[in-house]
Write a protein that binds this ligand. Sequence first.
Ligand code: S3P
Length: 209
Amino acid sequence: MSETTSPANADATQEARITAALGTRSVVLVGMMGAGKSTIGRRLSSRLGMPFLDADAEIEAAAGMSIPDIFESRGEPDFRDGEARVIARLLDSGPAVLATGGGAFMRKETRDRIRDKAVSIWLKVDADIIMRRVNKRRSDRPLLQTADPEATVGRLISEREPVYRQADLTIWSRDVPHEKIVEECIEALHGLLCRGGATETNDRMGVTP
Ligand code: S3P
């Protein structure tokens, strides 16, 4: 058998090392709407060979209605309670890559659970990219049904970023191919879990972990 390790094998080893180091923990993606949590999460899960879970989709399934309908018929506080319960259940259901809705990490109880049962990645995204991405389907985002959605996004960013910053890792989600962001997530997870420190990726991006 050859002693040489091909780059593909080296990558597989890197991913296997990450899942071994995670053990029973999940990987949780947090950040603003439009950050790409579901898109990146789905690809990351297939790279890591872990199931993918989308908290928003699970909330809709549990409630039997869409998120805009939950906001309209029950109000935001009720949605937030349901969101916390669903995320708690998903975190107990075994290791997975879990994409959370933009407001989920704002609740301390949820942050504490994520810290106990997962490694968190903040997908940091600029306001102009959020606006471009959410403008396509703004009706799906009840929080943006305001007179000035751009101002609303600006306010949410300034309220939320200090909290998102508490995630274990930060990756700058920008307009580059999804695979590049996924690769940076893998490198960052490997750096944190297998080399025991901050990642080159974050340093290079000028993003503070
Ligand atoms: C929300 C983000 C949405 C969804 C709900 C509230 C938020 O999820 O949970 O509309 O508070 O930012 P995405 O971040 O997946 O769009």
